[in-house]
Design a protein around this ligand. Structure first.
Ligand code: A3P
Length: 337
């Protein structure tokens, strides 16, 4: 397969061979030429990403920017809300009145998804843009400081000066829970039909055919930078165990001093049951666009270790082997739960 280059972007990309792609295309019901791999680590992304790759890589940064970066389904939204509130004088009123996608936009989404191509009515497309992609990549560039930006891209696809310029909070989560959460989310989005089994999804995940994989490459790029003064590396599982502790760690990272009451109020605001009801983060308004199926939820279970209900013995053994292989040369360890 031909490797191709994009202007002002250092990595080659390949369109994933449609002939070798049949399992994936059948499983997800996606067009055959939808996927690309980027660079030597072969990050697996939607073709649309190519239209924004160079712009993202060369994105103009300011020292006041904050990035929350994760592999998807690792607790991004929870962390965004925490970081945004700390950066905005705990303005709960504003947080509740403006959707998180607008306050804290998703850097690569407008390049990756072309909503105009979706099979929806003009009104629904408008609605979808408003709630899912209220701010395009171009508009993020123009946002006033301080900017709060979410990305699922690994550090190597983001601007090389990112860590020396801005603050980055990276959150990691056990990949088995990540895969279950992503599977459930993609079912909710009608991307994975209900009859498709998780077992196959897990194979795609381990073989780096789910968007933004390879998972371990993604996490390890950030882990290697965890001691950089502008990097805060957190585990979702630790946030679940001790939310007030997580609030304090993030506040410290931003040099903010909070009273005990402020810490407790913020932890209560972020608590799963409260969060699930919070319209500015729970994405429930997307249901009316038809993009979500009517059952299920974006804020779903919020637990660690739920993967055990989805893995049979064979899958657990494969997972152990896959995890051990990727951790053999690193001191990164998955959190215990
Ligand atoms: P589950 O699907 O396992 O429940 P992201 O924001 O990166 O998409 O991550 C989504 C995952 O975080 C989902 O996991 C979701 O339920 C969980 N989550 C969202 N808000 C949470 C909160 N306030 N507390 C705990 N977990 C939360």
């Amino acid at each position: 397969m031909d490797k191709k280059l994009i202007k002002d972007f250092p990595y080659e990309y390949e369109i994933v061979d449609p002939e070798k792609n049949e399992d994936l295309v059948n499983y997800f019901c996606t067009p055959k030429d939808e996927y690309v791999t980027i660079g030597p680590k072969k990050y697996f992304l939607l073709k649309g990403y190519l239209s924004g790759a160079a712009r993202i890589y060369n994105f103009p940064l300011s020292s006041e920017d904050t990035f929350v970066i994760t592999y998807p389904k690792s607790g991004t939204t929870l962390t965004q809300e925490l970081v945004w509130l700390l950066g905005n004088n705990l303005d709960y009123e504003k947080a509740e009145s403006i959707n998180i996608n607008e306050r804290f936009p998703f850097l690569e989404i407008s390049a990756m998804l072309n909503i105009d191509e979706f099979p929806l009515t003009a009104d629904l497309k408008k609605e979808l843009k408003k709630s899912l992609i209220p701010v395009t990549l171009e508009q993020i560039e123009e946002m006033p400081s301080p900017r709060f930006i979410k990305s699922h891209l690994p550090l190597s696809l983001l601007p090389p000066s990112l860590l020396d310029t801005t603050k980055v909070v990276y959150i990691a989560r056990d990949p088995r829970d990540v895969a279950v959460s992503y599977y459930k989310f993609q079912q909710f989005l009608n991307i994975v039909p209900p009859e498709k089994e998780f077992k196959q999804y897990w194979k795609f995940f381990m073989s780096n055919q789910i968007m933004w994989t390879p998972y371990f490459e993604h996490v390890l790029e950030a882990w290697e930078q965890r001691k950089h003064p502008n990097m805060l590396f957190l585990f979702y599982e630790d946030m679940l165990k001790d939310l007030t502790g997580a609030v304090r760690r993030v506040a410290d990272f931003y040099g903010k001093t909070l009273s005990d009451d402020q810490v407790n109020d913020l932890a209560r605001h972020l608590d799963f049951d409260t969060f699930k009801k919070n319209k500015s983060v729970n994405m429930e308004d997307l249901k009316k666009t038809g993009i979500y199926s009517s059952d299920g939820a974006f804020i779903r279970k919020g637990k660690a270790g739920g993967w055990r209900n989805y893995f049979d013995e064979e899958m657990s053994a494969q997972a152990d082997e896959w995890i051990a292989k990727h951790l053999s040369d690193t001191d990164f360890r998955l959190p215990h739960c």
